[in-house]
Design a protein around this ligand. Structure first.
Ligand code: HXC
Length: 510
């Protein structure tokens, strides 16, 4: 018996060494952790239980029968993050470059199936040379099976991808279909075709980092949601994100102990909005003052900064925040910000996370580049996302809410539950200057008259009271009372139940 136990330990020891000490050293030399070190950092200490440690591939071509590493290049299993169940796979670059074989893919599929069945998030750590070249179509079939599971799991359990090395070719499409993608600066990249192919086809010369590094995907393409300095920081941030999320679409988000008064009064908010309507202010200041313990988890911080998205907690419960940012492009809505916010709203709605919308929006950005780029369709995404959301929604207008953007941003007309405005709110078709120039064209050559018309327009419309008279604003509130008001509003909505007419699925403008 002792021998058998020792044999088991020897086998385990061998499997844990992956591609061997030299390759582990090479991995460390690049500033990267190994697949197992990553899993250990991601999960609560000692909580990881591995599946399929001894699985090997079945390929015999190209001498592959001579190398059959245990585990086949991916570490899979389950464990906990702050006590809550998650499933995880972590590709092992030290074994055949983490390349995906038929059996490697089967291991991933197994834990994805378990995650969906048992209602727990899936976290995938990607570090792979892509399809195992020696296996040909078997490898592609494996990817296909993973893709299909990504699609089926979407909206059922949260899926998080962490890119910690190469992720190229069709392989990018698995992370692309997950809810969040995190990257590590300087050691990860994602692209459909690499720099060599790009050079051949388009004659562009570009490095891997420029083409698909963390900075490219967090700032330009918006493929990735965040970038971190190193593996350790990225994994710590995944843990922090998981703490905000429900385990699945049938569960409410977790409730955490909180140490902040729900009815905390914030006198400083009374002066947040500057006297001059064109002076910017930082909407993040408001978010931090509304959040429990000023804890804000921002999503896509580096992209479309004219809108801010992320998670806070109010009374210990997760709330998704969407907020125009007057500091950037005056908080205008455009293609990028509409896409960013729409995807975030849909995530929240899919996972029963209530939505808080903070509004200071002068409208949609005009111009040929926006129209040619399809701002009509992209803006409609956000409109559609809010209009189909059935989660609790609370909206606060701090200053401008003009034109179509007023309607799009979680207005009463899109069935938001609570619509509050600060006394500084201006709810109108457009700003006073534009409005006056449109309706008093005959007086355009008379500046005095224009100024007087603009003043009339401002008196009549640059306030929240016309909307409040119609019931489009439920109440005009004091800025200092905002946390208390929204905390009470969300508390009253905890048992909200709203259904939409039956349909196979909608046809959101993609
Ligand atoms: C088999 C692979 C492999 C692969 C790497 N390796 N990628 N083995 N299939 N796809 C092996 C290497 O042969 C090497 O083995 C070891 O992993 C480490 O690789 P290195 O090249 O030494 O590492 P590095 O210099 O860091 O380069 C990493 C790399 C490079 C850039 C990823 O390995 C590379 O270009 N690999 C091929 C990438 C590729 O073309 N993949 C297919 C993409 S198409 P030894 O034993 O020599 O150390 C695709 C389609 C998916 O993925 C479609 C889904 C629908």
């Amino acid at each position: 018996m002792k021998d058998i136990l020792e044999q088991l330990e020897d086998r385990r020891e061998g499997a844990r060494l992956g591609g061997g000490q030299n390759r582990i050293d090479a991995q460390h030399g690049r500033g990267k952790l190994t697949a197992r070190e990553r899993v250990d950092l991601l999960l609560d200490e000692g909580s990881f239980e591995e599946f399929d440690m001894f699985v090997t591939h079945r390929c015999t071509d190209f001498g592959m029968d001579q190398q059959k590493p245990a585990g086949d290049g991916v570490v899979t299993g389950w464990g906990t993050i702050n006590g809550r169940l998650v499933y995880v796979f972590s590709q092992d670059f030290t074994v055949l470059g983490g390349s995906v074989s038929e059996t490697h893919a089967k291991k991933i599929c197994k834990i994805m199936d378990m995650a969906v069945q048992n209602g727990a998030p899936i976290i995938g750590i990607n570090d792979s040379g892509g399809a195992r070249i020696q296996e040909g179509v078997d490898s592609l079939a494996g990817y296909g099976e993973v893709f299909q599971r990504n699609i089926q799991a979407s909206g059922v359990v949260p899926q998080i991808s962490v890119i910690m090395g190469p992720c190229a070719g069709g392989a990018v499409y698995s992370p692309a279909m997950t809810d969040f993608i995190f990257m590590v600066k300087d050691s990860s990249y994602m692209f459909v075709t690499g720099p060599d192919v790009v050079k051949t086809v388009t004659n562009e010369q570009v490095t891997s980092e420029e083409l698909g590094g963390a900075s490219t995907h967090t700032r330009k393409s918006s493929v990735a949601d965040a970038a971190f300095e190193n593996d350790v920081e990225a994994l710590a941030e995944v843990r922090r994100l998981v703490d905000f999320l429900p385990a699945n679409n049938r569960e409410k988000p977790p409730v955490r102990p909180f140490f902040d008064e729900p009815d905390r009064i914030e006198p400083s908010l009374d002066t947040l909005v500057p006297a001059n309507a064109n002076t910017p202010y930082d909407m993040k200041e408001l978010i931090l003052k509304l959040a429990d313990e000023a804890d804000f988890y921002e999503i896509q911080q580096e992209f479309a900064k004219n809108i801010v998205t992320g998670f806070i907690r109010i009374e210990g419960r997760t709330v998704g925040v969407v907020a125009n940012q007057p500091m950037v492009l005056a908080g205008v809505l455009d293609i990028d910000s509409a896409r960013k916010a729409a995807r975030f709203v849909r995530f929240c709605d899919a996972f029963e996370i209530p939505i808080l919308t903070l509004i200071d929006v002068p409208g949609f950005l005009p111009g040929t580049s926006q129209e040619y780029g399809g701002v009509i369709k992209h803006g409609a995404k956000l409109l559609f996302a809010y209009g189909e959301a059935t989660v609790p929604m609370v909206t606060v207008i701090t200053r401008k809410a003009y034109g179509g953007a007023y309607v799009v941003m979680a207005s009463k007309h899109l069935q938001s539950d609570f619509n509050y405005a600060w006394p500084t709110a201006e709810i109108a078709v457009m700003g006073a200057k534009g409005a006056t120039e449109s309706i008093h064209r005959a007086d355009l050559k008379n500046p005095e008259k224009i100024v007087s018309h603009a003043a009339d327009y401002e008196t009549r419309f640059a306030n929240p009271f016309v909307a409040a008279e119609r019931g489009f604003i439920d109440e005009v509130i004091q800025p200092r009372m905002t946390r208390k008001r929204i905390a009470r509003a969300f508390a009253s909505l905890r048992n909200k139940s709203k259904t939409m007419p039956w349909k196979k699925h909608d046809n959101i403008p993609l």
